[in-house]
Design a protein around this ligand. Structure first.
Ligand SMILES: [Zn+2]
Length: 406
């Protein structure tokens, strides 16, 4: 077991206070700090300080001893790669609207772009790697997101509540076919509207949203989000598309799972995110980055539903967030002030332990000990002996544990 030294990604939508405060650094940081990466992503792998005083990346260590680090099963299944990446997300401003391809779509898209000779780091590359990218986000603070298409009957109600003359024909389109095909038709129409039509429709819709918010209408939160996105991207079709997605507020400890095809957008808040170690993202707007609408339309799932909010299956000390993603499993462990029961972690598969509140003592069966402070994380290779984890301080303590899925 070793402490991880992790990279911070400075994307513009990040917070200048959340990650520095979590790590006990000076706030505000000079630049936005959006994501803390824990894992072996080739773009920014975590590092471990060796007994010889030399720092190595987790990627190098895995290459040197894949079976020792990953265990035989994970090494074989994922071709000697760590299948997941653990992150802290510090979202100050909304991200882009995006969806991720399935394993089959990723393999096909990757092969197609390789054959076309598009460099893997090109800005218009959709499939830099051939693998899927399911994600699970677990809130550390109140966390806001748009995800998955709302029940069409509810969306018709929303569109009628913000009715404007320009919107009426689209509302009736969905009302006439209130199912996933109707949703596909409306989304496709909006996302491909000529700029001139958008420039007419968007101001009308934004004005209607202002009115709805003033009157404290039923869809207040939805309209406020549309207004926020419209202010940042006043000519972007993604603002209209935002009217179609579920507007979610997660409390700390609640999570959502975003499988392949789920259209989503993170709005605000701090979360722990676990995802497959892939960069395959298809964006449809609300970003200066590469947008590929035809390719996005091929992968988006238009099945409409309420997005389930996951509280996790209760475990001895917290909850396990089960999903159908074979790449990862995330669990959470909590100690209230004064509680000091021990958590036993048996590796067998690769594990990352992340402390998000308080301070923890980790003691291995071979006698090795390590202190894990708030904002710190550690790597536990599959072949390591079992460890016992317990809080060091008297206050509330929280641990997240990431491992490969089943
Ligand atoms: Zn995503």
């Amino acid at each position: 077991m070793e402490l991880l030294r992790n990279a911070v990604r400075p994307y513009a939508w990040g917070s200048r206070t959340t990650i520095p405060a979590l790590q006990g650094r000076e706030v505000p940081a000079p630049h936005p700090e959006a994501e803390l990466w824990m894992g072996a992503h080739p773009g920014d792998p975590s590092r471990i300080l060796g007994a010889d005083g030399v720092e190595r990346t987790l990627l190098e260590l895995l290459e040197g001893d894949p079976i020792g680090h990953l265990g035989e099963e994970t090494a074989q299944r994922w071709n000697n790669r760590l299948p997941f990446l653990l992150k802290i997300l510090a979202v100050e401003e909304p991200l882009s609207m995006q969806a991720h391809p399935s394993a089959e779509q990723s393999a096909e898209g990757h092969a197609r772009e390789e054959a076309a000779g598009i460099p893997r780091d090109a800005s218009n590359r959709n499939y830099p790697d051939p693998t899927a990218k399911p994600e699970l986000v677990c809130a550390l603070t109140e966390f806001h997101a748009l995800a998955g298409f709302r029940d069409p009957a509810q969306t018709v109600k929303l569109l009628r509540a913000v009715e404007t003359p320009g919107l009426a024909k689209y509302t009736e389109l969905l009302a006439a076919q209130p199912d996933s095909d109707g949703m596909r038709a409306l989304f496709t129409t909006w996302i491909t509207l000529p700029q001139a039509s958008l420039d007419e429709l968007l101001p009308e819709v934004l004005d209607a949203c202002v009115l709805h918010v003033k009157e404290h209408g039923e869809f207040d939160a939805e309209c406020r989000t549309v207004l926020e996105l419209g202010e940042a991207h006043p000519r972007d079709a993604g603002v209209l598309a935002a009217l179609l997605l579920n507007r979610l507020t997660l409390s700390a400890g609640e999570a959502i799972y975003l499988p392949a095809g789920n259209l989503h957008l993170y709005l605000h808040g701090t979360a722990v995110e676990i995802l497959a170690n892939s960069d395959n993202i298809l964006r449809c707007g609300l970003t200066p980055k590469h947008v590929d609408v035809p390719e996005l339309l091929r992968v988006v799932d238009f099945e409409c539903c309420d997005m389930p909010i996951l509280t996790g299956e209760p475990s001895e000390c917290g909850a396990v967030y089960h999903t159908d993603a074979p790449e990862f499993e995330l669990s959470r462990c909590e100690w209230e002030a004064g509680e000091d029961h021990e958590l036993l972690v048996r590796p067998g598969s690769p594990q990352i332990l992340l402390c998000t509140a308080g301070e923890l003592l980790v003691r291995a069966e071979d006698g090795k000990e390590l202190t894990l402070g708030r904002g710190e994380s550690m790597w536990l290779p599959a072949s390591d002996p079992a460890v016992r984890v317990r809080p060091l301080g008297a206050g509330r303590t929280q641990l997240f544990r990431a491992t490969s899925g089943k």
